[in-house]
Design a protein around this ligand. Structure first.
Ligand code: BTN
Length: 294
């Protein structure tokens, strides 16, 4: 399902959020027929429980968690995207974003059958988790690294978590969110794909789930993350890096890093201008980090 800010069902959703409205009233406001309103509302009932009182009109009683309309609303209000693709099940939202190839789009899935993690790993993606990818315009590889930092800070703020380099989000030292940033698109229009997976109601061994911390709504977690992306847009790169340093539990610790060119052990001293980790004087751009007991 694809939604834009001008999709009729999305516009009806916004009308219904205001309270009861008759089919005639909605039709008039949107400049469409009453039959069109009725047909759209019938379609929307897959995701929303909508009451229809004779003489009063339609009203949203409850919303499915997650649902495309709530996701689209948070996206359009905060993420500067122009289209939202919503899947009940898909291979991987990062893969959909890669095939789409254009920036300013959001890909959301209730579950993934081939969720991808960092360093070629699988990302388990059963229903109950939050899985989405955003495409941002990009000009250079440097921007992938910056989005790695920005998205980590956005999620950490949203769930009140900490970070493990480069951008695993932790709750009480257990991973609750993974982020995969990739560079894609064409030569003319390169895009950064930011793919985010959060355990909300789904539970895995040795991982944290937000529901254990009282946050069980996927719509809500998504909206919080979207708002934090918007908040971070107001900050300078220097301010974001400073916040990253404060949130990053890797700094000052003894670490082992598995990089594409070998294993490195040492003290994680700092992150540089681009979010690369400085380990005992050496700069590490990509890798898997393990915190060691010192
Ligand atoms: C990691 O290994 O920590 C990164 C995991 C990233 C998972 C997300 S879920 C949404 C998006 N689609 C994917 O296939 N992967 C990312």
């Amino acid at each position: 399902m694809r939604l834009t800010e001008r999709s009729v069902d999305y516009l009806i959703y916004l009308e219904l959020l205001k309270g009861y409205a008759s089919g005639e009233e909605i039709a008039r406001r949107l400049g469409i027929s009453r039959t069109a309103v009725w047909k759209q509302i019938d379609k929307m009932r897959r995701y929303l429980s909508i009451s229809s009182k004779p003489g009063v009109g339609y009203c949203i009683i409850s919303e499915r968690d997650p649902n495309p309309y709530a996701i689209a609303k948070a996206s359009f209000e905060n993420l500067e995207v122009s289209e939202v693709f919503y899947y009940k099940s898909v291979d991987s939202t990062n893969e959909r974003a890669r095939i789409h190839g254009k920036s300013s789009a959001l890909f959301f899935a209730e579950q993934q059958t081939a969720g991808r993690g960092r360093m070629g790993r699988e990302w388990k993606s059963e229903t109950g988790g939050l899985y989405f990818s955003i495409t941002f315009p990009s000009s250079a590889l440097k921007e992938v690294q910056r989005f790695t930092v920005i998205s980590g800070v956005a999620v950490a703020r949203a769930v009140d978590g900490k970070l493990k380099w480069p951008n695993d989000v932790l709750l009480e030292d257990k991973k609750v969110c993974g982020i995969l940033c990739e560079l894609s698109g064409s030569f003319e229009e390169p895009v950064v794909i930011v793919g985010i997976g959060v355990n909300v109601r789904n539970k895995y061994e040795n991982a944290a789930s937000l529901c254990d911390y009282g946050i069980c709504s996927i719509n809500e977690v998504f909206a919080r993350i979207a708002r934090e992306f918007k908040n971070l847009k107001l900050k300078s790169w220097g301010e974001i890096l400073e916040e990253y340093r404060k949130l990053c539990t890797t700094l000052g610790r003894k670490v082992r890093i598995y990089t594409p060119s070998g294993i490195l052990e040492g003290i994680a001293e700092d992150v540089d201008e681009n979010g690369a980790l400085l380990v005992s004087g050496k700069t590490v751009l990509v890798g898997d980090c393990i915190h060691l007991r010192s």
